[in-house]
Structure formats: structure tokens, C-alpha cells
Design a protein around this ligand. Structure first.
Ligand code: SF4
Ligand code: SF4
Length: 352
């Protein structure tokens, strides 16, 4: 449940020094893409903040999003933030089971009415309420009941944000996203299959620090992390600009690290932070490992016509737009860069 003590007191009780706390604040600022001069303000806000109650609901999902989140080890920033929320209900991580678990959810809602956060991973089946139930309650019913007293909802992963794999054609369960159902409470989408751990924790850190959600794009994603495409920040971009493309995964071009566009990379149309934040504590990201981006943080990425089909051959959703790019190889890059720049400029204006 929400602590009576402040976050500053909680961290000190855990043995975290003032210096460690300020380091944490600096890392939080960088996580949220804020300038270093914001650190004192963040420290002041976090010192007096109280750990928010978080209720995590898992619906039609594969547990990959929780796996992603738990790929963080103390004393990383993710670990610290994970310790600074009160995670009162989470199917995978909670100790309680059965009636005791459901009681924990009810208690957390009652004690923190109007203030708690709901995190959802997984899509919600509307085809038949019996497709996915928890404690005998359908997903749609549990979502609607739980968000009633929530301050905000965080849809983690592409299934919760856009329907994801369960929603891919022919969508046998009638899967929908959180935003399709929740209309009266703010919803923030943190898509990805799975999402990057520091992006999940960065959003929670923003809420914890400022008591409100960050600026969002038109798909409900935080602009700080989804403001640019993978292509905009990809280290293989110079090869793309020079027309140097790998033609197969084991040819000379692939060995030399050339662009993976012709092998199906969806980086030019995918907004996410993989190329900058990277994965596994900043070690690498898929393109660095030699595989193109699948576009996992975009709506309906499963139905874009094939992971290994170049964008220039069109997709089921944007064939008309992209067919034109087939003739002019760099058109997508230029267009996407301009769009991203516009989004970034706009985002910076709004953040100030
Ligand atoms: S197409 Fe893919 S591999 Fe090539 S530069 Fe863009 S993001 Fe990188
Ligand atoms: S590189 Fe693309 S497919 Fe891979 S995790 Fe990032 S956004 Fe998703």
C-alpha cells in the first residue's frame, strides 16, 4: 500500500546515501530526456513524493513485458525505481494467491482511491468473456472495475497498447487495446514487444516525480522515448544514405555492417528508443546484433506483410505511401527524418 513515509525517507531506510540519491536523480533526469539542470528540482520532488500504489493487470499476454522489466538488477536505476513504487498486485510477482491476492487488489484500490496507477500488459478479448479470466472475472470486467479509482493507466507492451499478437489477423479472440475500452481515465501507451525496461521505468519515474503523465504523441506514447524513429538514430544510417545494403544475412555487406533495409528492416517507420537506450543495460539492440527492426512498437506490426519483406515492397497498411519509396531509395529516410525532426521540435517546445 502507499507508504506513510516519503520516498526520500524510504530510500534512506534502504541505506541509500545522499550522494546515491542525487545520482539516482541525475539518472532519472537522463531517463526522462531532461537536461541536467533539472536534477535539483527532481531531487526536491522525489524527496517529498510518496510511493504510489501500483496495480498490475496481466491479460492476453506472454509475460514478456514483465520479463523485460525484471531484467534489471539492483543497483540499476530500474531496480531503484522498482523499489520506489508499491507494487500491490501483480500476477507473476506477487506472493499472495487466490482470495488473498484479490483482497490485496481490493484493499489497494480502497486505500488509494483516485491516486493509484494501473499498469496493464496484454490485450482484452471481447469475442467471448470466457477466453481469458482471472479469479473467475473476465478481463474486460476486471479492467473496468480496477480503473474506476485510478489516477492513470499505463498500457505496457504492444498487446495492451494496440492489441498486439492476439489482435493480429484474423484476431480470433476479438482482442482490443486498453485505450479502446478506457475513455474516462488518462492512458499512456508504452508499446514494444516487449518494451525497453528503462522506458517502462522512465514513465513511472516521470509520474512519480511530477505527479502527471509526460507529453504524448498521437498514439498515446511518451514523446521522450518515441519521438524519433529507429532509423533516425541507427548507426547503420550512413550505409543507407550511400546505398550500401546487405542482400542476405551472410553476405559481405552483412559482414561489413551495411544497412538491413533490403532484409526487411522496419526502422524507417518505427518510433522507439532502441537505437539510443539499447537493451540489456545499454549493451546492444537488434540491429547491432545483425537483424532488422521488426517494427514492434507500431500498431499492427504483425500484419505488415512479413518481417523479411523490404518496406519498399509495401505493407498491408501503407502500401500506397511506401510503393513510391521503392523508386527513390532514400525517400523514406529523408521523409522519416523530416517527420521525426518536426515531432522532436514540437516535443521540445511542449516540454519547455
Ligand atoms: S533501414 Fe534499418 S538498418 Fe538501415 S539504417 Fe535504417 S534502421 Fe538502420
Ligand atoms: S529494434 Fe525494432 S523490433 Fe527490435 S525491439 Fe526495437 S522497435 Fe522492437
Amino acid at each position: 500500500m502507499t507508504d506513510a513515509i516519503t520516498l526520500g525517507e524510504h530510500l534512506r531506510a534502504q541505506g541509500i546515501s545522499r550522494r546515491g540519491f542525487l545520482k539516482f536523480c541525475a539518472a532519472t533526469a537522463s531517463l526522462m530526456a531532461l537536461p541536467p539542470n533539472m536534477v535539483p528540482a527532481i531531487a526536491k520532488a522525489l524527496e517529498t513524493a510518496r510511493r504510489p500504489s501500483v496495480i498490475w493487470l496481466s491479460f492476453q499476454e506472454c509475460t514478456g513485458c514483465t520479463e523485460s522489466l525484471t531484467r534489471s538488477h539492483a543497483p540499476t536505476v530500474e531496480g531503484l525505481i522498482f523499489n520506489t513504487i508499491s507494487l500491490d498486485y501483480h500476477h507473476t510477482l506477487q506472493v499472495a494467491a487466490g482470495h488473498q491476492a484479490e483482497q490485496a487488489r481490493a484493499d489497494a484500490m480502497k486505500e488509494n482511491w483516485g491516486k493509484y496507477l494501473v499498469v496493464v500488459d496484454g490485450s482484452i478479448p471481447l469475442g467471448d468473456p470466457g477466453f481469458s479470466t482471472i479469479a473467475g472475472v473476465s478481463n474486460v470486467e476486471m479492467l473496468q472495475e480496477t480503473v474506476k479509482g485510478a489516477a492513470a493507466v499505463v498500457a505496457v507492451g504492444s498487446c495492451a497498447a494496440f492489441g498486439g499478437l492476439p489482435g493480429a489477423a484474423p484476431n480470433p479472440t476479438g482482442a482490443v487495446s486498453v485505450r479502446d475500452l478506457v475513455k474516462d481515465t488518462p492512458v499512456i501507451n508504452v508499446p514494444g514487444c516487449p518494451p525497453i525496461p528503462v522506458v517502462i521505468t522512465g514513465v513511472l519515474a516521470h509520474y512519480l516525480t511530477f505527479g502527471k503523465l509526460p507529453a504524448l504523441d498521437e498514439l498515446g506514447r511518451p514523446k521522450a522515448f518515441y519521438g524519433q524513429t529507429i532509423h533516425d538514430r541507427c548507426y547503420r544510417r550512413p550505409f543507407y544514405e550511400r546505398g550500401k545494403f546487405a542482400e542476405s544475412f551472410d553476405d559481405e555487406g552483412a559482414k561489413k555492417g551495411w544497412c538491413l533495409y533490403k532484409l526487411g528492416c522496419k526502422g524507417p517507420i518505427t518510433y522507439n528508443a532502441c537505437a539510443t537506450t539499447k537493451w540489456n543495460e545499454g549493451v546492444s539492440f537488434p540491429i547491432e546484433a545483425g537483424h532488422g527492426c521488426l517494427g514492434c512498437s507500431q500498431p499492427r506490426f504483425w500484419d505488415l506483410g512479413g518481417f523479411y519483406k523490404p518496406l519498399s515492397q509495401g505493407t498491408s497498411t501503407n502500401a500506397e505511401t511506401l510503393a513510391a519509396a521503392a523508386a527513390a531509395g532514400v525517400a523514406i529516410g529523408v521523409g522519416s527524418a523530416m517527420l521525426s525532426k518536426r515531432r522532436k521540435d514540437q516535443s521540445q517546445k511542449e516540454e519547455v
